[in-house]
Design a protein around this ligand. Structure first.
Ligand SMILES: [Fe+2]
Ligand SMILES: [Fe+2]
Length: 396
């Protein structure tokens, strides 16, 4: 059963008419919407609201997955109960943010906060920029639950739907919710960051949403989440390592504990995609190639703080420089997933399927080569101010 991806899915044309703040005003834009369910591509009027942040989004392609593939997910509900829900942890066995933070009801609260702040003094500003960006990414959780509920065949239809897919999405969200809470409270207590600027960035980001280009397809959606859970596992793991190097073992424990959750989520999402490869190898390899051609965008790529038009790019440069999340990690994740799903060994593919297979199997080394070339061309380091740390300058 082949996934017939809509032609529009392969367009890389960017919808670039969102204005930058200097010219932010009420403007009307035309956005193309394509849908196989709605036969002809639709062009819809999109009036920019004054509270929309100045970020670009791509051409929005919707409902590219045919009905027979939606049925696959309905038929997998029992399978998901036995194979996916087991990767959730019962609430009673879960850690909570309070386990890692000073207890405001205890006598020793002031002392514990003092200790936390002493430890945080040893940590450099650029580390805080990365940790803040990671926290903001976690705090935009409403967007990720929305994204999962855009997916045909697995969305939570009622808000309390009893399907395995909906149970997973709600419980996954509930687990994730602790990540932003914990990092937010730690950063607040540290006194090292401008909480108001951070809170504004979160508000802007949730208002912007995200543009993962998953087209309401759980094939694309679960490839995206597999990639992202591994990316967050890597980046929280690296902030844990750096915190340890800076002598803050408690912060290292916080980041490491979050990383362990991400790993468990990665296991669940990669298992779903593994199952799709088993049922529909052609459709799944097309979906993987499609997501990789479009490039996996980071969940917080639309971030804005009201000041820096290139905030996400600047944050990404710092994460790259500190080695928390790098272009090499991107290539490594792809290579890991290609191996995890045995993409090289898929058999019985159509001609198009084999082309998609060749493309994804050869992609990681190509990304690494391009990255090396980009590194050698990299210009002199420049600095930018980050509002999150009171406008102090950081090397990119
Ligand atoms: Fe998370
Ligand atoms: Fe996660």
């Amino acid at each position: 059963m082949a996934l017939k991806l809509n032609q529009m899915a392969f367009q890389s044309r960017k919808f670039s008419s969102f204005s930058l703040p200097q010219s932010r005003n009420l403007r009307s834009h035309r956005v193309f919407m394509a849908s196989t369910l709605n036969s002809a591509p639709r062009e819809v009027e999109n009036v920019k609201k004054p509270f929309s942040p100045p970020r670009e989004v791509h051409v929005q392609v919707t409902h590219s997955m045919p009905p027979q593939q939606i049925e696959i997910f309905k038929s997998l509900d029992d399978w998901a109960e036995k194979n996916i829900l087991v990767h959730l942890k019962p609430v009673e066995k879960c850690w909570q943010p309070s386990d890692f933070l000073p207890d405001p009801a205890s006598e020793g609260f002031d002392e514990q906060v003092k200790e936390l702040r002493e430890r945080s003094k040893e940590i450099p500003d650029d580390y805080y920029v990365v940790l803040v960006g990671d926290m903001i990414t976690e705090e935009a959780l409403p967007t990720y639950q929305t994204m999962l509920n855009t997916l045909d065949g697995v969305r939570d239809e009622t808000g309390a739907s009893p399907t395995s897919w909906a149970i997973w999405t709600r419980a996954w969200t509930a687990e994730e919710n602790r990540h932003g809470d914990l990092l937010n409270r730690y950063l607040y207590l540290s006194g090292r960051v401008d909480m108001r600027q951070i809170e504004k960035t979160i508000q802007y980001l949730i208002g912007s949403g995200m543009d993962p280009r998953t087209e309401n397809s759980p094939y694309l959606g679960f490839i995206y989440t597999s990639f992202q859970e591994r990316a967050t596992f890597i980046s929280h793991g690296n902030t844990a390592r750096l915190a340890k190097e800076h002598g803050d073992l408690k912060l290292a424990q916080i980041c490491g504990t979050i990383a362990a959750d991400e790993k468990r989520h990665e296991t669940a999402y990669t298992k779903i995609v593994e199952k799709l490869f088993e049922i529909d190898p052609d459709g799944t390899v097309f979906a993987l190639a499609d997501m990789m051609r479009k490039k996996i965008s980071m969940p917080a790529h639309l971030m804005y703080d009201g000041q820096d038009d290139n905030l996400f790019e600047h944050f990404s440069s710092v994460t790259q420089r500190l080695g928390v999340y790098t272009a090499k990690d991107y290539a490594d994740i792809l290579e890991f997933l290609v191996g995890r799903w045995n993409v090289e060994k898929l058999v019985g593919l159509s001609g198009e399927g084999r082309k998609a297979q060749d493309y994804v199997c050869g992609l990681a080394p190509r990304i690494r080569r391009l990255e090396e070339r980009a590194q050698s061309r990299a210009k002199q380091a420049s600095t930018v101010p980050f509002s999150w740390i009171f406008g102090r300058q950081i090397n990119l």
